[in-house]
Design a protein around this ligand. Sequence first.
Ligand code: ZN
Ligand code: ZN
Ligand code: FE
Length: 734
Amino acid sequence: MVRRRIILSGIVQGVGFRPFVWRTADEMKLTGFVCNTGASLLAEVQGEEKETERFLRRLLAEAPANSRVEEVTVYEAPVRAETGFRILKSRSGGQQLDLSPDLAMCDACRRELTDPSCRRFGHPFISCTACGPRFSIAAAIPYDRENTSMKAFDMCCECKREYTSPADRRYHAQPVSCLSCGPVLTLSGTDLKNLSAIEKARELILGGGIVAAKGIGGFHFICDARSEAAVKRLRKIKNREHKPLAVMARMETVPGFAAVSESERQLLSSPAAPICLLKKGPDYFLAPSVSFDTGYIGVMLPYTPLHYLLVREGDVFVATSGNFSGEPICYSDEDAETSLGPAADGLLTHGRRIMMPCDDSVAGITKAGLQVLRRSRGYVPESVTVFVKGKKPADILAAGSDLKNTICLKAGSRYILSQHIGDLMNPKNYDLFLRTIKRFGAIFGREPETFCCDLHPDYLSSGYAAGFGKVIKVQHHAAHIAAVMAEHGLEGPVIGVAFDGTGYGTDGSDWGGEFFAGMPHRFRRLYHLETVMLQGGDRASEEPERSFVSYMLHCGEDTVCDPLLKEALVKGINVCPSSSCGRLFDAAARACGIRCPQTYEARGSIIFEAMAEPCDSFWPVEIKNGEVLTAGLVPAVARALAEGAAPGECASRFHRSLAEAVLGTCIRIREETGLGAVCLSGGVFQNRLLSDTCFGLLENRGFEVYTGNRIPVNDGGLALGQAYIGQLLYEEDD
Ligand code: ZN
Ligand code: ZN
Ligand code: FE
């Protein structure tokens, strides 16, 4: 007879772990107990040695679907006289660092939802230990009902019985409720409730109306994706002219308008249930205004019971965040009533408060696997763990970038990246930035004294960090590469290729086409894309014409253009050196004949990518004095087009040429340094054709290639890289 004390940490609370331990022990006739302690799950188990070992193996092998065990520690404990296995009350103390993300409705709940004989038939808030809101309803730790917005709802006897029975699949599921005790869904302008409110809302939508509906992390605007008039009106309301809109449809409906591979199917139906970027299918039938510009359509499944009841088989509804362009997602009833309500034809809402706004995540499947582009609902606050050998882990807060801001709280070896906050130039977003920092500190019980921020002197996020004692400034593109390294637990040294729109370089110029080598906190910038004198400063990204003319003149090619722009360039008025890959793309897209207004970020480049296809021919790029001479690709595109090449062919060749330049430069760095691991990051690698081509070429030549999978390659992942570099530098100072 032996007794073992087992400590599990990771995502082990709020996902049905204790009842699972109880069931397993009970079944194996082992005695002991299980409980949550602040940071982890503690179990003591007593029985024959062989059996306790088998028990431990089963715990790891059969762990609940949404749990993630990060660490297991097993101690010997003195044998006790006891009978049975019990679940004990939570013990406080320690820090809880692994609050579960919000989880999409599970299959078991879906069956009950649609089964008229079940008591939760048609209950828009059905959930269990395997599914339902978590992060978005949590106000504090530990994750217990009193600390969530479900506190406002008293459980009825039957719900209470399920909640307190270890054998029940709703045992300690904090959001558990039913039609008689849970939140009630209402539709504005009617007396309808729950299912009938949903049915009426669906009628409004199918009739061409727009409904604002409260989801998990905020409100959506919802309208019929087949109605051009409704979609156009929605765009007007949101002040969003061209940027593609996401749609919601049941799995059975998706293949009717989009191509879905097996891995995309899995991503769509994963507990995170993100918006998944799918190729439009041959029978694509959505209204033209849903998605212009690209060959992709963002699709998500109805991931809550509310959405599942609203979006029936055959329905395809636009479901886009309930906000006005540039502002954060609306998540409080007060805000919804004053701002969204008047704009929509109906407001579908309920009394379960959202404690933390959380947009839908956006992801896709690339050659490198999963690529999360906007990391929010379903992924946040999952942590990334990086241990650095022999060093003391510091608590750090990284403030991120000003665009696509997220923050990162580093608590010991855990890095917790926040949900998408947005562009800090908007005061509402900046306010959310401050609140998120506060809330993260409170939820995870840390108050870091060390702050990391971008090197850019004018960033609001940097200004915020500067208000505190110890500030570590991190170069933008080094942080992009470090984020990939942290995600994959890489200590380095590596080769880092950062292709980005913009970022402040250590020489004060605009970077964005870097080839680094070394350890992330001591990167050497061995090569970079050709530096071009760019006219227009920040306006260049909004007016691709400026980049185009700058590149053409740089290459000694005359071009017909605004004489004032030419004069400014020749005289050097408002020009600055730039090696930005984003501006190179803007210029090349314009050279390829794309002259659309840049109504959203990188629009021209996105259209350019959509025109291109994988191809084998390319324009060779030279490397000279540390510069990868890519500027000449712009006149090359213009020339090919003038000589009669199809725009699609020019676009293909440009992508291939750039990828070949990446390969050539990495081969050279490998020869010089012996390094064989390459990390690809920066916003430009959201371009799937470019990242897939680079990935394929590099792997073929024996490189180990890494890129952002669960962490965005765009600025949404920056704070993680800042915190990682912060840790490495912090240790050096000590
Ligand atoms: Zn469930
Ligand atoms: Zn109930
Ligand atoms: Fe960036």
